[in-house]
Each structure stands twice: as structure tokens, then as C-alpha cells.
Design a protein around this ligand. Structure first.
Ligand code: ADP
Ligand code: MG
Length: 297
């Protein structure tokens, strides 16, 4: 197991930023750490990366106690802080070389990382000339330099435009193929796009810790169907587990079922039994965004 967090509390004065939080992250997982502003995400990440010390509880990262072995933790973790300080007057490659000098890193490795994060064409530009998306790549490059097993990325996509967002997300996904990744965000779709698992925190407490597919199956199932003929709502009531039927237009219906079992075969049978043809049936994505909002109100 890569990250083991046991009963972590962090207080600032008399404010509890984290309140008895526990979770474990297995190696190879990409976990989204999701929560509204002020939930305690950055505080948790700073503790995991040995930048601040918890008030209570224990964290192990790759077997190292974060409070007792900060150097070993920093060697095995790559960290992209939320407000990543960059030297805007330095050239991209110069800055990465400068960061590399802290560790024992070869020149080859520097070029490798520059290529991995897609900075080859920007390597000789000043950081100040780069867009926010490219600056994030510089931060990622530095986090990856020492080839850590675990990556902790604090809101790596905040402030990026839609194209940059997609690029950084796919970069994280690519990196996640060989590493354990914990990244924070306040956007649910981001978790859906990148993660295997989500931990939602609110006001210093965990409100959900689940694999994404389990989270989805907890909820109602929505299927959009189109028949070849007009159907009365009355007739649709024959469908088992049907909660709601909304006529979108003409012969297209949005059907909500109170089950996680795929109901498309049942709809097919229904159409057949009633002399209808099913022109399309499409499983709609669950609205995880609304779940997130209801949990963190
Ligand atoms: P998030 O990253 O989820 O937005 P943070 O971990 O930054 O949340 O903050 C959690 C809470 O702790 C917030 O209420 C914040 O104001 C408070 N906090 C964070 N850092 C400090 C600090 N150094 N001193 C006092 N309060 C802090
Ligand atoms: Mg934060």
C-alpha cells in the first residue's frame, strides 16, 4: 500500500481543518481528492508530503512515517503544490535543471522528463512567457524528476482553459499508468475523466470513499430510448423498477429506474411484447455532479 492515513486531525488555532480522517491508497491507483474550497484538501496533501505536521494521527507513505522521516518521504513522493512557486525569469530547462540539482539527477533524465510532459518545444523559453497550462507542465516535470512512486498533485487543473484542461488530464492519466496518484480538484467531472476512485471531503471529514463504478451503481439508472411508434405513458408502467418516464419529444423517452442492473434488455423485451421497435437505447451518464453537491452542501 502506498499511502496509509490513520485518524488524522489537524487544527489551526481552534479550527479543525481535518477531523479524524482515515484512508488508504494502493499502489497504482489514481484517486481524486474532491471537495469544495476550504474542505481540507491542501492541508491533507501537505501532511502526506511531509510539508506540515499533523496534530493527531499517523501517515505512512511507501512505508515511511511522514512525521518521522520527512526526507525519505520527499524522496519517494512527487508533489505539485497548489500555488506552485516558479521563477518567471528563469528558462524552462534552466529551472528544471536547477530543481534537479537538489536530487542526484542525470542530464538524460532531465531531457526525458521534459519530453514526457510535452515541454520539448518550450524548453528554451522563459517561464514567464508560458501559458498557465505550460507552467503546470513545468511543475509536473519537477515533481516527476526523481521518478517517485507516488504523485501528489494539488489542484493541477485549476485556472486552465478547456483545451489545457483536457491536455493536463490526459497527461495525468498517462502518468498514472505507472504511478500512484492522489490529485485534488473541486470539479466532479474531472474525477470521472481521470480517476479509478474518489474520496470526497467536506469540512475536514470524509463523506465518501468509493470506486467510481460503485458510486455510479449506487444511484438510479437513466436510459434514453426511442421507439418507432408513439407510446402511452400508461403502457411504459409495465417496465419493472420504473420510477419515472419523461417524454423528451415524439417517440423519445427518458426512463429512470430504481436499480443498478442494466435495464436495456428489459426495455427491448417490452418493445417486442408490445409490437414496438426499439430504435435506440442509451445509458445516460449518472449525474455525479449533483451527488457531489448534495453531499457537500
Ligand atoms: P482546501 O485545499 O480544500 O481548499 P485547505 O486545506 O487549504 O482547504 O484549508 C482547510 C481549512 O483550513 C480552511 O478553512 C483554511 O482557511 C484553513 N487553513 C489552511 N491553512 C491554514 C493556516 N496555515 N492557518 C490557518 N488556517 C488554515
Ligand atoms: Mg487547496
Amino acid at each position: 500500500m502506498s499511502i496509509i492515513v490513520e485518524n488524522i486531525t489537524k487544527t489551526y488555532g481552534n479550527q479543525r481543518a481535518l477531523d479524524a480522517i482515515s484512508f488508504t491508497i494502493n499502489s497504482g491507483e489514481i484517486v481524486g481528492f474532491l471537495g469544495p474550497n476550504g474542505a481540507g484538501k491542501s492541508t491533507m496533501m501537505k501532511i502526506i508530503t511531509s510539508y506540515i505536521i499533523q496534530t493527531e494521527g499517523v501517515v505512512h507513505v511507501n512505508g515511511h512515517n511522514v512525521a518521522e522521516k520527512p526526507m525519505l518521504v520527499k524522496q519517494s513522493v512527487g508533489y505539485l503544490p497548489e500555488h506552485n512557486p516558479l521563477y518567471l525569469d528563469m528558462y524552462v530547462k534552466e529551472y528544471i535543471q536547477f530543481s534537479a540539482s537538489v536530487h542526484n539527477i542525470t542530464k538524460n533524465r532531465i531531457d526525458e522528463v521534459i519530453e514526457q510532459v510535452g515541454l520539448t518545444l518550450e524548453a528554451h523559453k522563459k517561464i514567464g512567457q508560458l501559458s498557465k497550462g505550460y507552467r503546470q507542465r513545468v511543475g509536473l516535470a519537477v515533481a516527476l524528476l526523481h521518478d517517485p512512486e507516488v504523485l501528489v498533485l494539488d489542484e493541477p487543473t485549476t485556472g486552465l482553459d478547456p483545451n489545457q484542461l483536457v491536455e493536463i488530464r490526459s497527461l495525468i492519466k498517462e502518468i498514472g499508468k505507472t504511478k500512484t496518484v492522489l490529485f485534488s480538484t473541486h470539479i466532479m467531472q474531472e474525477v470521472e475523466a481521470v480517476c479509478d476512485r474518489v474520496i470526497i471531503i467536506d469540512k475536514g471529514k470524509i463523506v465518501i470513499d468509493k470506486k467510481l463504478n460503485e458510486l455510479k451503481s449506487d444511484k438510479e439508472q437513466i436510459i434514453e430510448v426511442e421507439f418507432d411508434l408513439r407510446v402511452e405513458e400508461q403502457l411504459l408502467q409495465q417496465l419493472p423498477k420504473l420510477l419515472k418516464a419523461i417524454n423528451i419529444h415524439d417517440n423519445i423517452w427518458q426512463l429512470t429506474f430504481s436499480t443498478s442492473k442494466d435495464m436495456r434488455p428489459a426495455i427491448f423485451d417490452f418493445a417486442h411484447d408490445n409490437g414496438l421497435k426499439l430504435l435506440q437505447s442509451q445509458l445516460k451518464n449518472e449525474d455525479l455532479e449533483s451527488l457531489f453537491r448534495s453531499l457537500t452542501k
